[in-house]
Design a protein around this ligand. Structure first.
Ligand SMILES: *[C@@H]1O[C@H](CO)[C@@H](O)[C@H](O)[C@H]1NC(C)=O
Ligand SMILES: *[C@@H]1O[C@H](CO)[C@@H](O)[C@H](O)[C@H]1NC(C)=O
Ligand SMILES: *[C@@H]1O[C@H](CO)[C@@H](O)[C@H](O)[C@H]1NC(C)=O
Ligand SMILES: *[C@@H]1O[C@H](CO)[C@@H](O)[C@H](O)[C@H]1NC(C)=O
Ligand SMILES: *[C@@H]1O[C@H](CO)[C@@H](O)[C@H](O)[C@H]1NC(C)=O
Ligand SMILES: *[C@@H]1O[C@H](CO)[C@@H](O)[C@H](O)[C@H]1NC(C)=O
Ligand SMILES: *[C@@H]1O[C@H](CO)[C@@H](O)[C@H](O)[C@H]1NC(C)=O
Length: 585
């Protein structure tokens, strides 16, 4: 007995494969088989499993949404060819699968019951306004049941359901070795998102669709699209066609209104709300291509006196043409956002005071001068966002650095610099995106180039936020760490961020997945387990490896988190753990 503990742990860990971990789950060790003719009902009515069923929105019914979910879930189970050989040792290869010739107990029925009514806001609900909980059971004799208050809960349940099943290597058979199963589940945080930056690099629709799928598998429910920045403006605005015509990297690299609608609906049908950000008043240099009269400091040099990275550029403050332009922009865009989201993100990060020195109407970088102008700017534009029925989200600098007065009841603040407690002290609802933990782009080196004079200063060319955030570090982060209970309640959740200076479609999946999933488990299951203990990497790793393997099978190029040997030893979590007390057990 070299590792006696391993035996005990392996029973617990080899079983439950669900990612993110359900709040409560019991399981057995009986095998049940699933066929494509399983009888599915929704609130008592027969629901056909139609491969690829996709309702057209936005006037879906709950039944449409559930049927789409059923179609995707069964499509995944039957279409994935997920034979989990990689989760078993060499020795287990001949024995880990149930005998395909055995007498099979089939799953006869999947009975879905939605106990509550969806409202028209269910699929664009603000944090806390939709009940995402669900229950899932599978009896030993083959009766599967899903219960949920909302169709969103049903979608989450169906994703859990897919994770129970494996394909058999011996033929078209699908089984779960875990029956009977009983799961009660609900999220810890209401806002569980990924920030995708489509300005620094453009991402074709298929990359966004694939990302929305992967988010839904991980029970993440927000895709924050950082739609514009100083580098490019890919978002087509029909009433201002010149902005993307001149601001996109190439005339073809745009999102048309139809593209946007398709993205929003694709997300909504998967319980992922798409949130659009137009970053302002900084980070908007590219507008200088079409409207030089509205911006200052566009591509000004040396860039670091005017902004964080080239090309610089900020909106003029105290300028009625800017106000009018944004009025037109919002009038066009916000009515296309509000059917699918409760939020609109107005940016607000990294505004460099120097920019306004170049503004003929201001000519100052004095905070005392600029702050009231910024206050007017926020009041006017957040007012417009609210008038469109949306809740504004802003980056933390507006609240912290500039101390802009915003109504905490009707404004959400996103923190990246680690000031969550400062924001909750002011009473704001907060989305945590702490760069020390949840920036997925960090730690891969500089995208700037340096001449030989600068060589010594910047050698060895690390980026500003390295080192890389490994999944273990991402998993360690609790957005409410150290907050008194009243303030912890204000943290509506978090987002991992994939800023795209050096991310494009060729490497996005490998950088986002499965690390975004590590945050997904913190946000869904909580950093602490039912006993109040921090969740253990030893419990998480085998499940994350399995989730990663499923994602690869489904066409997402998620990176491995460890070597193959450790994955195959997944049933023994100590095999690839670091044992500080080799004589202690
Ligand atoms: C399955 O579970 C039952 C009940 O917990 C247990 O008695 C039995 O030994 C288990 N069988 C296997 C093969 O693990
Ligand atoms: C399968 O079940 C049938 C009916 O219960 C029984 O006659 C048969 O022997 C079983 N076969 C195997 C391989 O267990
Ligand atoms: C503003 O510009 C001056 C040079 O004119 C520079 O020294 C200073 O660092 C700049 N401030 C910021 C915040 O970049
Ligand atoms: C803002 O604009 C108004 C009207 O043009 C002007 O009177 C005022 O001085 C400006 N404020 C600043 C701080 O530049
Ligand atoms: C404002 O400009 C002056 C003169 O260039 C500079 O010394 C100072 O650092 C600037 N202040 C800020 C906040 O950038
Ligand atoms: C945030 O609050 C902490 C603790 O009270 C304080 O030390 C820190 O200076 C504050 N940070 C900011 C940016 O206000
Ligand atoms: C760059 O700087 C490093 C570290 O100081 C030094 O070892 C290297 O020789 C330098 N290279 C050039 C081309 O100057």
């Amino acid at each position: 007995m070299l590792r006696p503990l391993a035996v005990v742990l392996s029973l617990a860990a080899s079983a439950s494969a669900i990612w993110p971990a359900p709040i409560s789950m019991t399981q057995g060790n009986s095998t049940l088989w699933l066929t494509q003719t399983v009888e599915i009902t929704y609130n008592g009515d027969f629901m056909p499993y139609t491969y690829g069923y996709t309702p057209t929105g936005p006037d879906w019914t709950s039944k449409d949404i559930v049927q789409g979910g059923v179609s995707r879930a069964l499509g995944q189970i039957f279409g994935d060819y997920f034979v989990p050989w990689m989760l078993h040792t060499r020795e287990e290869q001949a024995t880990f699968e149930p005998k395909v010739m055995s007498n099979k107990t089939w799953i006869e029925s999947l009975e879905i019951t939605q106990t509550g009514e969806d409202s028209e806001d269910t699929w664009k609900a603000a944090a806390g306004e939709v009940d995402e909980s669900y229950s899932l059971s599978l009896s030993k004799d083959g009766k599967a049941k899903i219960g949920a208050a909302s169709s969103i809960g049903v979608l989450h349940a169906l994703q859990t359901f897919t994770q129970l099943f494996y394909r058999h290597s011996g033929g078209p058979f699908w089984y779960t070795p875990m029956a009977p199963i009983d799961i009660e589940d609900s999220p810890t945080f209401a806002h569980r998102g990924l920030l995708m930056d489509v300005s620094r690099h453009y991402f074709p629709m298929e990359d966004i669709y694939r990302t929305l799928d992967a988010l839904s598998w991980n029970k993440m429910n927000r895709l924050h699209i950082h739609a514009t920045d100083s580098q490019s403006w890919p978002l087509e605005i029909p009433s201002l066609p010149e902005v993307s015509a001149k601001g996109a990297y190439h005339p073809s690299l745009v999102y048309t209104p139809t593209d946007l609608k398709n993205i929003q609906e694709y997300g909504a049908m998967r319980a992922v709300q798409v949130i659009i950000e137009i970053d302002m008043p900084g980070h908007i240099g590219v507008l200088g291509e079409s409207h030089p009269e509205l911006v200052v400091a566009y591509d000004e040099r040396p860039y670091y006196w005017w902004c964080a990275q080239p090309p610089c550029g900020a909106l003029r403050l105290n300028n009625s043409d800017v106000d009018e332009f944004l009025g037109t922009l919002f009038e066009d865009l916000l009515p296309r956002v509000s059917p699918y989201s409760s939020y609109f993100h107005t940016g607000g990060d990294e505004l460099n005071a120097n920019d306004s020195m170049l503004d003929p109407g201001v000519q100052s970088n004095d905070t005392e001068v600029l702050k009231p102008l910024l206050q007017n700017f926020i009041d006017l534009n957040h007012g417009r966002v609210k008038d469109a029925g949306l809740t504004p989200i802003v980056w933390e600098e507006m609240a912290i650095d500039w101390d802009i007065d915003m109504d905490p009841e009707t404004t959400v603040v996103q923190s990246w610099l680690g000031t969550v407690s400062n924001l909750t002290e002011k009473g704001f609802k907060v989305i945590d995106t702490n760069y020390n933990f949840w920036y997925l782009d960090c730690g891969r080196g500089q995208w700037l180039t340096f001449d030989n004079d600068a060589n010594a200063t910047f050698y060895p060319f690390n980026d500003w936020c390295g080192p890389t955030k490994p999944w273990q570090l991402i998993y360690s982060h609790d957005p409410t760490e150290g907050l008194p209970e009243e303030q912890a309640k204000l943290v509506i959740g978090g987002e991992v961020a994939a800023w795209s200076e050096t991310i494009d479609p060729a490497n996005m999946d490998t950088l986002v997945w499965p690390r975004a999933g590590a945050a997904a488990e913190v946000l869904w299951s909580g950093r602490y387990d039912a006993d109040g203990e921090p969740r253990s990497q030893l419990d998480a790793a085998p499940r994350l490896q399995e989730m990663r393997a499923r994602m690869v099978t489904r066409g997402v190029k998620a990176s491995p988190i460890t070597q193959q040997w450790c994955v195959q030893m997944g049933g023994d979590p100590l095999a690839c753990s670091y044992d500080l007390n080799p004589y202690g057990h």
